[in-house]
Write a protein that binds this ligand. Structure first.
Ligand code: FAD
Length: 481
């Protein structure tokens, strides 16, 4: 008989959270801590969603999306998770760039960037200061017609080298492009520029295990291998979900699944306004990624001058389509020195990431798919060899992932790494007006994605849910935030 992953689960909860990405985990934790009964349902056998890792023989642990996040993570983790989690967040100091326009290393904060822009790129200090202030002053309610490309041209006309320096890490951080609204750039750039780029010491596995401990402490009922099939609605109000052959009721349901999957797969359009459905249909997915995971032989080390996060490109120009092309020119290497996991076995790993289109991988036959993955690995090793000589001989393990891999493990439509484009946020926020008690908290737009964005969005939605449930009988016993 198949194992019952819902054994002992109640028939009813205050709150059901569908999906255990960082957004879903955070909603569950905040509401559990506030005293609500919370059921967290995850279809995969692991918690974390895109915030994940995998192990390979020889003591190698690969992080999939732990490449860098802004300083704001410390505060969010301290307030909504635990001091222990916040205390493990450390700065990555070696951010490197190498492309036909420039080569440099930076700590990637405002002070260092100002120095680089004024000395190496010869931009007037007043112009740099004005740009930083403009980026910092941008907010969600600003005019959205100005694009990032136009913003750059306004401040640094004709300076493609400067555009590249300013944009390349942000493209990598959230898949945004020169054609996206400038505010999506301004907000994320300012977040990073506040104090540089950070990581979680101990790795994603440690983070998620600490989060799981916290959820259990707060009484959250966590269930893995529970694939929610349907969200049920009656008279405009959410009632229950169908999962693993059971129907479980809740006063509020929060979906951490992709917004597109939430609306069109889990909910269905019957209960929704026509205009809302049209707006939801028009939401564009964000791009996906390919990655090559490389583990060096035990005992092999590399000089830390290689950097922690290394943006490389062989393209002469900086263009959005080049960044997504199957004919890869841009690779961002994350280097995980043994200090990444101080309590683990001393291992050095390198992960190469490139943004990618799902469509370029979706239709390949099995044989073509395997050959394309091998080609991706071969070309990456050829490229990396100039920075890590004899890389092939020094490797204990290498493998690749593609947009199909991300779709397979997280059910994200088209394997989108950062959810949707900017317009997804308005649709996500409008969902409770369509179905009372139903919320979405997951990567949408450019601000509400990435590790920090997903956690912060989880907090915002937990507050909304609390406000709804507070109006009903049996409110939480503790304040939400
Ligand atoms: C290759 C890559 C590199 C990245 N690098 C960085 C980085 O360096 N810094 C950064 O800040 N961000 C990075 N990101 C982005 C970041 O990881 C994500 O934005 C964030 O983790 C998404 O969190 P989320 O809450 O939206 O949920 P997701 O991680 O998308 O998780 C959604 C969860 O819902 C589950 N689910 C879906 N449908 C169902 C269902 N029907 N029933 C039950 N469960 C369901 C899925 O299995 C999954 O666990 C990267 C992403 C990728 C793919």
């Amino acid at each position: 008989m198949p194992r019952d992953f819902l054994k002992g689960a109640n028939d009813e909860y205050d709150v059901i959270v569908i999906g255990s990405g960082l957004g879903g985990l955070t909603v569950a934790n905040v509401l559990g801590r506030a005293g609500y009964s919370v059921l967290l349902l995850e279809q995969h056998y692991k918690l974390g969603g895109m915030a994940t890792w995998f192990k390979r023989p020889g003591g190698h642990i690969f992080d999939v999306s732990l490449h860098g996040f802004p300083y704001g993570m410390i505060k969010s983790c301290r307030r909504y998770w635990s001091q222990e989690i916040a205390d493990s967040i450390v700065q990555l100091k070696g951010i490197r760039f190498d492309n036909p326009m420039f080569s440099l290393t930076t700590t990637y904060n405002r002070e260092d960037f100002t120095k680089l822009l004024t000395t190496q790129f010869k931009i007037a200090p007043a112009k740099v200061a004005e740009f930083f202030e403009t980026a910092r002053g941008m907010n969600f309610y600003d005019d959205q017609s100005l694009t990032t490309g136009e913003l750059f041209n306004k401040f640094f006309p004709g300076r493609e080298d400067v555009h590249r320096l300013l944009m390349e890490p942000i493209v990598y951080a959230n898949g945004s492009t020169l054609e996206d609204p400038a505010i999506t750039y301004g907000i994320v750039f300012s977040n990073f520029m506040s104090k540089g780029v950070y990581t979680f010491e101990g790795g994603t596995d440690l983070l998620i295990s600490l989060m799981e401990k916290e959820l259990k402490k707060n009484g959250v009922d966590i269930r893995i291998r529970c694939d929610v099939e349907k969200i049920h609605v009656e008279h405009g109000r959410v009632q229950s979900v169908s999962v693993n052959g059971r129907t479980i009721k809740a006063r509020a349901v929060i979906s951490n699944a992709n917004i597109n999957a939430t609306i069109f797969r889990l909910l269905g359009e019957e209960t929704l306004d026509k205009q809302f459905v049209e707006e939801a249909r028009a939401v564009r997915l964000n791009n996906s990624s390919t990655q090559v995971y490389m583990a060096l032989n035990p005992g092999e080390t590399i000089d830390e001058s290689l950097g922690d996060l290394f943006f490389t490109s062989t393209a002469k120009e900086f263009k959005t389509d080049l960044l997504l092309s199957r004919d890869v020119t841009s690779r961002t290497y994350s280097i995980y020195y043994p200090r990444t996991r101080p309590a683990g076995r001393p291992r050095t790993l390198i992960v190469s990431s490139t943004n990618a289109h799902y469509g370029d991988w979706a239709k390949l036959s099995d044989d073509e798919y395997e050959a394309s993955k091998q080609d991706l690995i071969d070309k990456t090793l050829d490229h990396l060899d100039q920075y890590v000589p004899n890389i092939r001989e020094r490797l204990a393990h290498v493998e690749a992932s593609t947009p199909r891999t991300f779709q397979h493990y997280t059910q994200h439509v088209a394997g989108a790494s950062f959810g949707t484009k900017f317009e997804g946020l308005a649709v996500s926020r409008a969902l409770p007006a369509q179905v009372k008690g139903l919320y979405h908290a997951g990567s949408v737009g450019i601000i509400m994605s990435g590790w920090l964005g997903a956690i912060n969005y989880g907090v915002i939605v937990a507050n909304d849910v609390d406000a709804l449930l507070m109006k009903q009988v049996g409110a939480a016993t503790q304040p939400v935030s």
